[in-house]
Design a protein around this ligand. Structure first.
Ligand code: HPA
Length: 279
């Protein structure tokens, strides 16, 4: 048996001791989605250190536990705290929780992050609906032998950020009066923020926002046959000709200003997504 299956056979029974339900949606809470966690009616919380094969996040701004419960009445599970490539985890470790979501029955991955704007029309505090990505991390979670029971060798990425779900997000934002910009997310490995020349390059190749996460998890979700919806909270402007220094503290403070808006959007959106995937 290939490695991931073997790992799942050790992790899933541990989760099943605490939680017997089937989450419709798996949520990854990036920077700026703390209020979404608060909106979940949590039934069970499992710290990552209790789960075989889970990495334990080293970034202080991330908590490090799985939440199981309901969000607006929909069964969900959420990763509070995600793993980043720059922490030294492998792509397989970063994406293992998505394999777990799928194994527990989740049909959708809802993913979020904090990102810098390459698109000059964006503003700090905006929410960007991710339409697509360009993976520049320089690594891929699917490298190595493929387990055909988990997904295909060469997964199709033509609709990675599921159009059907994006339309629901647009409709929901419009109904709530929330400004929702859209664009292409480009993750770099990090951990340094990028140079002006790099920002110019990322804009030239078609990026609207830059970050350090999300693409690995989305690749694995698509490989697993899950639908995906993703959001970036815009925390700073990455315009090469008008670049100001930025600190993690400023990024976190700006993400916090969009937190409540993001929670409102996700709370209204989740039941629509559940309805769309359960029909
Ligand atoms: N790069 C630049 N600005 C950012 C990033 C990044 O990866 N994440 C959040 N703001």
């Amino acid at each position: 048996m290939l490695e991931i299956r073997k790992q799942l056979e050790e992790t899933i029974p541990v989760i099943r001791q605490y939680y017997q339900g089937t989450p419709t949606i798996g949520i990854i809470l990036g920077t700026g989605l703390g209020k979404v966690a608060e909106a979940i009616e949590v039934e069970v919380e499992i710290p990552y250190e209790k789960l075989p094969h889970f990495a334990v996040s080293t970034v202080e701004s991330h908590a490090g536990k799985l939440l199981f419960g309901t969000l607006s009445g929909v069964p969900v599970m959420a990763m509070q705290g995600r793993f980043h490539y720059y922490e030294g985890w492998t792509m397989k470790q970063i994406t293992y929780p998505v394999r777990v979501m799928k194994a527990l029955g989740a049909k959708v991955l809802l993913v979020s992050n904090a990102a810098g704007a390459l698109n000059p029309l964006f503003r700090p505090g905006d929410i960007m609906l991710i339409t697509d990505h360009i993976n520049l991390i320089g690594d891929n979670p699917l490298i190595g032998p493929n387990d055909d029971s988990l997904g295909p060798r060469f997964p199709d990425m033509s609709d990675a950020y599921t159009k059907e779900l994006r339309l629901l997000a647009e409709e929901t934002a419009l109904q709530l009066g929330i400004r929702l910009v859209q664009g292409v997310y480009v993750p770099m490995a990090g951990p340094n923020l990028e140079t002006p020349a790099e920002y110019r390059f990322l804009r030239l190749i078609g990026g609207d926002a830059v970050g350090m996460s999300t693409a690995p998890e989305v690749i694995v979700a698509v490989h697993s046959g899950m639908k995906v919806i993703g959001f970036s909270v815009i925390t700073d402007m990455c315009l090469p000709d008008a670049l100001k220094p930025v600190t993690l503290e400023e990024i976190l403070a700006t993400a916090a200003t969009a937190d409540e808006k993001m929670a409102r959007l996700v709370k209204a959106l989740v039941p629509k997504i559940a309805k769309a995937v359960e029909k």
